[in-house]
Design a protein around this ligand. Sequence first.
Ligand SMILES: [Mg+2]
Length: 387
Amino acid sequence: MVAQPKIRRVTVHQYQYELDDVGKDYNGFNMVYLKGGKSQAKGYVFTVETDAGITGEWAGGSAETYAQVGMIAQYLIGKNPLERELIYNDLKRALRKNDRFGIAPVDIALWDIAGKLYNAPIYQLLGGYRKTLPAYASTTHGDENGGLDSPDAYADFAVQCRERGYPAFKIHGWGRGLVQREVATVLKVREKVGPDMDLMIDPACELNTWADVLKVGRACDEARFFWYEDPGKDGGISAFGYKKLRQLIKTPLCLGEHVRTLEPHVDFIVADAVDYVHTDATYDGGITGLMKIAHAVEGFGLDVAIHAPGPAHRHCFAALRNCNYYEMGLVNPKLKSTKPPIYRDYRDELDSVDANGHVPVPQGPGLGVQIDWEWVKKHEVGKVVYE
Ligand SMILES: [Mg+2]
């Protein structure tokens, strides 16, 4: 029997970095291409140390995530890191007045510990299904700066991505709800890329009215889109609004990125409001929470969609049948990189796919990736230790 370790220290490292040729769009929220632009961003690495000499590590999360980690950190000290289900349920209750983002770093670090202790990659502990994952190219938002600044620019980029091997392409359009330009982009991308590439659009909740949502949806029907994601200013959470939309358009809806954790995702399915059920380990309670959603979705005979890239998501997808694509985002024809170089042996960028548009699943123990601690220490701007 494996010895039963205990958690003895939890640490949050905060770092700061700069991205080149990146700016923000009209409201300061969306990252877009901007030649000569310098964008400062913050990131986090979270570690859980045990008395067995094994440390779980995860890079990700945001300020609100770690505000919640601060609320539950003392609970973790002395707990058995192999009891993920117990810890998930305790944290779910403890964070019930928040969005529960604080579960993710803990749960993912605990899966990393389990993988290192059992000397197996996480996807095998979850029940391995595949070793490579078909990816879709997921664009940055539209700009007015010579990057993705017209329907033709998106269409040309889709052709480039297809030539790189990507089997699918997702448009993140412009802010401010210019519906005619969104419609033109949907039609132009299909026209230029031909019939075979799977196409998606995610207006990222920028379309102002339900009428605009319907207009873009009808264009998706005409262009035979694979899915239509989070279009409206309801913020992707109005089950009734999307049930009505599904009665009027044929394109499958991908929703759930802004619906938090297992039970509300299931309620969205029962409300007849969704086709592809969107989930993210960072938002939905870690790997444990994501897998609960994916299996609940399987039980309804549907597919799950996993939001955003990252090592934890590669492991989850690799252990699932009912998932179609890995999101390689955000990518832009003029940007080499949209992420900090946080790993020694792992990347999620436009050129990270093979000739078939697939990415591999890390095969080392746990998450199977090496954080570049030298880089982290050099860029560290804060550290909080709980013990
Ligand atoms: Mg989205």
